[in-house]
Design a protein. Structure first.
Length: 135
């Protein structure tokens, strides 16, 4: 996503300083980061379970079987678009003359990148599971 945004800045479709300032607001906490505040005496919870587990990438798994890069790119792009578009619209592309066109071009380029090499930018996810009981 960063390289796509920089490419759009190089092509004059978004301000370079907007790309440098933009931060996708996603942060994955580690098990240690979750446990740290629970160790305080004033916390009314006790940890039952705290772990991370890998989550399969169904789009890449299907591509490994059918080698349909166009389908992979369309599905992977739609997945990414689902959790990034509102942030991109509100922040990265907010100063562009045509936000809709900028968003469309961003995801067109992202899909082309995914299609060209499905393994290069494969999405990897680990789900954090936290189970607590009240003390």
């Amino acid at each position: 996503m960063c390289e796509v945004a920089h490419g759009m800045a190089d092509d004059g479709l978004v301000a370079a300083d907007a790309v440098l300032r933009y931060l996708l607001p996603v942060y994955a906490r580690t098990v240690d980061e979750v446990r740290r505040p629970l160790a305080r005496d004033d916390v009314p919870f006790t940890e039952v379970e705290c772990r991370t587990d890998p989550v399969a990438n169904p789009y890449l798994e299907r591509w490994h079987t059918d080698r349909d890069a166009d389908r992979y790119a369309a599905d992977a792009t739609a997945f990414v678009r689902g959790f990034t578009e509102s942030s991109l619209r509100s922040h990265l592309f907010a100063g562009t003359p045509d936000v809709d066109a900028a968003v469309h071009e961003f995801f067109r380029r992202l899909a082309a990148r995914f299609c060209a090499d499905p393994e290069r930018d494969r999405f990897e996810d680990w789900t954090l599971t936290v189970v607590l009981t009240r003390r």
